[in-house]
Design a protein around this ligand. Structure first.
Ligand SMILES: Nc1ncnc2c1ncn2[C@@H]1O[C@H](COP(=O)(O)OP(=O)(O)OP(=O)(O)O)[C@@H](O)[C@H]1O
Length: 279
């Protein structure tokens, strides 16, 4: 273990495991505050692409460190076999775990969706596309603050005069059709994925799915958004309007994250139904 890490933090119990390493709870030797330490085993990296992702994530997190809803990075230590990244500790259930027990009312969904979209708007303002927005990457700290995490697939756009990206990344249910089609794409792929998340929070099922990954991809490529009456009967026209404008195949008509922040459903915190009823 790196000497710096040993003197600055005390490693405690394991709290999770990913493909490349282990996440531990740790406490600061100075303040005793709790953090997470993600220890990546460099020997598990298969190739140069893995190594690139690994190097990129802390750099991108450092650039984005000023937003309250983006996982903050505090320190990086490297030794011969490991990279140790100290971040906010998110020890409340993630959004995926929260959705295994219940779907959300519009009000509850809005209270989660607003910080998520504000984090994405900030990423886009800073020239970063997340490219893997999904339920399991939406974490919560012990005070229930949302923290957007896992920038391993993120990419800079808009630098060197470039505005578009290429490369198939993401996760089947959430990925935007232009990514699957192998076309050039923009940061609006994150808006599509965030729309899918909002849909899942309200409906309990993704808007596009199939028995296999291939069938799911085909459904995404068709991009035929439906609101089954059985599920959406009681939902406001405003939230359906927002979903249509986010999960929109035509990228030029799809809202930007900034525009989503100004949509009436977001401005009224998911309370548009009662406002509509009053008028
Ligand atoms: N800051 C954190 N606080 C608390 N738990 C965390 C934190 N970061 C990650 N975890 C948990 O640790 C586990 C492993 O996370 P990690 O980021 O290494 O891998 P992953 O993104 O889940 O998977 P993979 O890297 O294999 O795609 C996850 O289940 C996650 O919930």
């Amino acid at each position: 273990m790196s000497d710096g890490l040993k003197s600055d933090y005390q490693l405690c119990e394991e709290i999770g495991r990913g493909r490349f390493g282990v996440v531990y709870r740790c406490s600061s030797a100075v303040s005793s505050d709790s953090f997470a330490c993600k220890s990546i085993d460099k020997r598990l990296l298969a190739d140069a692409t893995d190594r690139q992702c690994l190097d990129k994530e802390p750099k991108i997190l450092q650039i984005l460190s000023n937003h309250p809803n983006i996982l903050q990075i505090y320190k990086v230590y490297e030794d011969q076999n490991h990279l140790h990244i100290i971040t906010d500790l998110c020890d409340s259930p993630d959004l995926y775990q929260r959705l295994t027990t219940a779907t959300f009312s519009e009000l509850d969904a809005a209270s989660i969706f607003h910080p998520l979209i504000s984090a994405l708007a900030y990423c886009h303002r800073m020239g970063v596309a997340h490219r893997d927005v999904k339920l399991d990457n939406i974490l919560f700290d012990s005070r229930n603050n949302l923290k957007l995490a896992d920038f391993g697939s993120a990419e800079w756009f808009g630098n060197e005069g470039r505005r578009t990206m290429r490369g198939v990344v993401g996760t089947p249910y959430y990925v935007a059709p232009e990514v699957l089609a192998g076309r050039e794409y923009t940061e609006k792929v994150d808006v599509w994925s965030a729309g899918v998340i909002l849909y899942i929070m309200l409906a309990g099922v993704p808007p596009f799915y199939g028995e296999t990954a291939k069938e799911t991809f085909e459904a995404v490529l068709r991009g035929n958004l439906r609101f089954p009456t059985r599920i959406f009967r009681s939902m406001s026209p405003e939230v359906k309007d927002l979903l249509r404008k986010m999960i929109c195949k035509d990228v030029s008509r799809r809202l930007s994250a900034e525009q989503v922040l100004r949509h009436p459903w977001i401005i009224h915190g998911g309370e548009t139904r009662s406002l509509t009823d009053l008028t």
